[in-house]
Design a protein around this ligand. Structure first.
Ligand code: PGA
Length: 239
């Protein structure tokens, strides 16, 4: 696993934006795997800046987001659909039809998971998958458990994830209790994976990622089986 250790969140965001920018310039019709949460916000801000300066063209880029709450409507300002448009898609020239996010208000969650997994499988492999990491080591909404799922599936959120995400909602009760998420196998099919982590609260999860064990109690440890992972983190998360 390659490590890019950064002093600040800003530096991390620039390092991640550099990797995406390089890909988009080299391969304008690339496929990006994208993540929500507070960690990638700085990277998205930087990509928007570069787009506004005319340095990047997203007109042929295709994206697949990792996950979405369930049930939630795309218009809900806490949906990941809303988040992605608010932070990135509405500010760049990506065509709406190139954007893929699991549908949080699909009437049949299982059918939606199959549809999403098949869509990813039928598309060219994701060139770069961006990941954040939960304090409990989750990636996407693959939460610690006795077993993990390979493919896109519906899952319950753990109490610790609900508590961690409550900051975005009026109260903990308003956090949806389920989500649709790519599975570990879906994530690992990306050609390259960039994991972003900052702050002390991520230290335990990053430590588990850096030792030699693989365990379903820290889903991110499965990234150790992938040949092309870049960890971009700050010193608080690392040390
Ligand atoms: P965060 O979430 O970026 O808001 O810390 C990361 C995650 O839960 O995957």
């Amino acid at each position: 696993m390659e490590l890019i250790l950064c002093k600040t969140y800003e530096e991390m965001s620039l390092a991640a934006a550099d990797q995406i920018s390089e890909l988009v310039c080299k391969k304008p019709d690339c496929t990006l795997g994208l993540a929500t949460g507070s960690t990638p916000v700085g990277m998205y801000r930087e990509l928007v800046k570069r787009y506004e300066k005319g340095e990047l063209d997203f007109s042929k880029v295709k994206t697949f987001n990792l996950d979405e709450y369930y049930p939630i409507s795309p218009e809900n300002d806490q949906s990941y659909y809303y988040f992605m448009h608010d932070n990135l898609f509405s500010h760049i020239n990506i065509p709406e039809e190139n954007i893929n996010i699991p549908c949080g208000n699909a009437p049949d969650a299982e059918a939606e998971c199959h549809r999403y997994e098949d869509l990813i499988a039928a598309s060219e492999a994701v060139d770069i998958q961006i990941l954040g990491i939960g304090q409990n080591g989750h990636i996407g909404f693959n939460e610690p458990d006795d077993f993990l799922y390979a493919s896109t599936h519906i899952t319950g959120l753990t109490d610790s994830t609900i508590a961690a995400n409550a900051r975005f909602f009026e109260s903990e009760n308003d956090v949806p209790k389920k989500a649709l998420t790519m599975g570990i196998g879906t994530i690992l099919r990306a050609k390259k994976i960039i994991l972003l982590a900052n702050g002390k609260s991520k230290h335990a999860a990053i430590s588990a990622l850096l030792d030699d064990k693989i365990t379903t109690s820290c889903p991110a440890t499965f990234l150790k089986t992938h040949p092309n992972v870049v960890l971009i983190c700050d010193e608080e998360a690392y040390n």
